[in-house]
Write a protein that binds this ligand. Structure first.
Ligand code: ASP
Length: 359
């Protein structure tokens, strides 16, 4: 009898133990599931959203022809990515190819048309993130890479690292067969004159308080970014920039910082930021939006609005984000007068905007 009782107890104990083990392995699975989130394939649901920078972009300061040029370039860029997605391409391919179009245009502060540093050079930053694997790549302070977003992608795919900077990044680029351009490739008269105006203000000791005051009152910023959802339910995001006019001391902004300028996670959303980088780094803007969705169940729009309309301005910064979630919902949120932006959904409906009102 006693023996039987002992046996029953023993069986009960073993059952309890195996139950515990099961709980543990389930929670382990859910952690790794978060790391490689596979969303459902849905050929009907894909989308893409881009920005070309945020700032004091006012209709009264814009000529009709410049406005038209921006809108045409935004449309060309987003249609490039949309076509890739429509044909079953990956979100990452759509993001990088779309950004290439804007990097090659002198209208935007990325690639050709990058702003100038205090030393009258151009130092470029870029990053990408893949929402399916949480892999990421970034470059900072490169001076001879025509399309920094491509190098960021190569850092992700072809190196064991996430971020490379300066000369080392360029050595890596050469090893990977990238063609290096002469730094003069990035020169544009407009950006050079912006730097001279700021230097003049600085020399007169004019007080500087805001993003525009400090860096580029006359230039329209123009960092570029893209976020996309592909037919396989994968998300990706990327950002490319020349940084902020008159930056010094190899300053690096938020654009190449994963979690600040760029973030993508198939469980939540893909985000690209633009604005006063020092504040976007401190607010961890792109990851914060994703985290509010992941841990708090917020919608993309509520999360983006909380971070851009409250968190960043409360710290003293300004700017905006574009983002797309795993269901194809989009947010284009900014707290500045304007943000160059565009969105295209699976049906091919296109929205292009510059100012606060949807135009
Ligand atoms: N965020 C960029 C930086 O701080 C600038 C911008 O978005 O225009 O480098």
């Amino acid at each position: 009898m006693i023996k039987f009782k002992t046996l029953t107890l023993l069986i009960g104990f073993i059952a309890l133990l195996s139950c515990k083990n099961e709980t543990k392995s389930t929670s382990e699975t859910s952690i790794s599931d978060t790391l490689i989130e596979k969303n459902e394939t849905n050929p009907e649901n894909f989308g893409i959203v881009i920005h070309g920078g945020a700032g004091t972009i006012l209709k009264e300061n814009m000529s009709d022809s410049l406005e038209k040029a921006y809108k045409l370039k935004l449309e060309e860029a987003i249609r490039t990515g949309h076509e890739i997605l429509k044909n079953g391409g990956t979100a990452m391919e759509a993001v990088t190819k779309t950004i290439n179009i804007m990097e090659d245009s002198p209208l935007f502060n990325a690639g050709k048309g990058a702003v100038f540093t205090h030393e009258e050079t151009n130092e470029l930053d870029a990053s990408v993130m893949d929402g399916a694997t949480l892999n990421a790549g970034a470059v900072a302070g490169v001076t001879r890479i025509k399309n920094p977003i491509d190098l960021a992608l190569s850092v992700m795919n072809d190196s064991p690292h996430v971020m490379l900077s300066g000369k080392g990044a360029e050595t890596f680029a050469m090893e990977k067969g990238f063609e290096l351009v002469d730094p003069s490739y990035f020169y544009t008269k407009n950006r050079f004159e912006s730097l001279q105006r700021i230097k003049e203000r600085e020399s007169k000791n004019i007080a500087v308080n805001t993003f525009e005051d400090v860096y580029s009152k006359d230039s329209k910023f123009g960092t570029v970014g893209c976020a996309a959802l592909d037919k396989n339910g994968n998300l990706a995001a990327g950002t490319s920039t020349g940084g902020m006019t008159n930056k010094r001391w190899n300053r690096i902004g938020d654009a190449p910082i994963i979690g600040a300028g760029t973030y993508a996670n198939n469980a939540t959303c893909a985000v690209s930021s633009t604005g006063w980088g020092e504040y976007f780094i401190r607010a961890m803007v792109a990851h914060d939006i994703s985290a509010m969705m992941e841990y708090g169940g917020a919608t993309l729009q509520d999360a983006a609005s909380e971070v851009i309309q409250k968190k960043v301005p409360n710290l003293g910064g300004d700017g905006g984000v574009i983002a797309i979630d795993k269901d194809g919902n989009v947010s284009m949120e900014f707290n500045t007068a304007g943000m160059y932006r565009a969105h295209m959904n699976a049906k091919g409906e296109l929205i292009v905007g510059i100012y606060k009102q949807n135009e």
